[in-house]
Design a binder for this molecule. Structure first.
Ligand SMILES: Cc1cc2nc3c(=O)[nH]c(=O)nc-3n(C[C@H](O)[C@H](O)[C@H](O)COP(=O)(O)OP(=O)(O)OC[C@H]3O[C@@H](n4cnc5c(N)ncnc54)[C@H](O)[C@@H]3O)c2cc1C
Length: 312
């Protein structure tokens, strides 16, 4: 349906921003695998996003928001429907006024398309402490908040004061921190909700101290993670008791290859693309690791990364 003339004409008619038809998602995900989306659309305003979503709802066309694609695998058969990237929503500012759900500190508003690294850089420039844990996490504000991204004992739940969403009926609304249900690597949102931005409460700090913490974190990441290869970050959530990567290492699975994908030699909870991987190779490694850890330890690992789309 998305490929037909009517859809293309409508898209051009409502001029929502950049529109790519039949777009290979391997070009938009950090793992660099995956088939084609019928359309990948980059609305350039929150209002344009609203119009797009109303149109898609009216036409019954499936859609999903994507961020920087750093925790995302699109299967080799691609995605039948529209993937909506919030990349063009780049607003980032210190709020001059208190925000709903304000819990003190300095309120910083970021639209969903701002990269977490951009938000970290901004907080360094403004001498604001609180975002250091995000140094080196390659996602966007929208994806980071949805995933409750975290590291070094801190996560989004510690810094988010409120979020703005476009709900499944196409209405914009704010949700205050007290009503946000953050879980381990997830923010429980109403079905179909798209995060358009978030307010963060940060604290005035010493720029040199903030910089120093970021350098420590960046060095630790370089030492532990296979940053020279393409990946989608942690594959599995850490179950209570033992980190997933340690279980995978103890099961002797590091270095296991399927097609062009490999369980990283450097970190057991990373799968890397050796250059020619297919989504099916990555998924086969995920299934193999899950089965082995279940058989050997009775623990069913839950994937952290999100897998969408159709088999080829
Ligand atoms: C090298 C590397 C290191 C990483 N380190 C960490 C780490 O330390 N900690 C950590 O938590 N993660 C880490 N990650 C994983 C990833 O960067 C985070 O999960 C990040 O928050 C995902 O953001 P994204 O914008 O790429 O989202 P995507 O991968 O594009 O999407 C992830 C999910 O969020 C949904 N989503 C995206 N945008 C929106 C939106 N606007 N509204 C609603 N839903 C949305 C998508 O539909 C999808 O379900 C790492 C990844 C890599 C490659």
């Amino acid at each position: 349906m998305v490929a037909d003339r009517h859809f293309k004409d409508e898209m051009i008619g409502i001029a929502v921003g950049r529109v790519l038809f039949d777009e290979p998602m391997s070009a938009h995900t950090s793992m660099g695998v995956g088939g084609r989306a019928d359309a990948l659309i980059f609305p350039d305003t929150a209002e344009g996003l609203g119009e797009l979503v109303s149109f898609l709802l009216g036409e019954g066309i499936p859609f999903l928001p994507v961020g920087n694609g750093t925790n995302l695998i699109v299967k080799d058969g691609g995605y039948r429907g529209v993937l909506i990237s919030l990349e063009a929503l780049q607003g980032l500012e210190i709020r001059e006024f208190a925000v709903e759900g304000d819990v003190g500190g300095v309120p910083v508003h970021a639209q969903a398309g701002v990269s977490l690294s951009g938000l970290v850089d901004f907080s360094v420039r403004e001498s604001l402490a609180g975002m250091e844990f995000c140094a080196g996490i390659p996602g966007s504000v929208g994806g980071g908040v949805k995933m409750n991204a975290g590291a070094w004992g801190r996560e989004m739940r510690d810094v988010v004061a409120s979020i703005s969403i476009l709900d499944a009926e196409g209405r914009m609304r704010e949700i205050a921190r007290s009503d946000l249900l953050f879980e381990y690597r997830n923010l429980d949102l109403p079905d179909g909700a798209i995060i358009t931005g978030a307010d963060f409460h940060l604290l005035r700090g010493d720029r040199a101290v903030i910089r120093e913490r970021i350098s420590e974190i960046t060095a630790a990441r370089r030492a532990r993670h296979p940053l020279a290869q393409r990946s989608a970050g942690s594959v599995f959530k850490n179950p209570p008791g033992c980190p997933a990567g340690k279980m995978i290492e103890e099961a002797g699975l590091k270095g296991l290859r399927m097609g062009g994908a490999e369980i990283s030699e450097k970190h057991g909870n990373f799968i890397v693309n050796r250059g020619s991987a297919k989504a099916a190779d990555v998924i086969a490694l995920i299934d193999t690791a899950r089965k082995r850890i279940l058989d050997e330890r009775g623990v069913l690992l839950e994937p952290e990364l999100k897998i969408i789309g159709d088999e080829s």
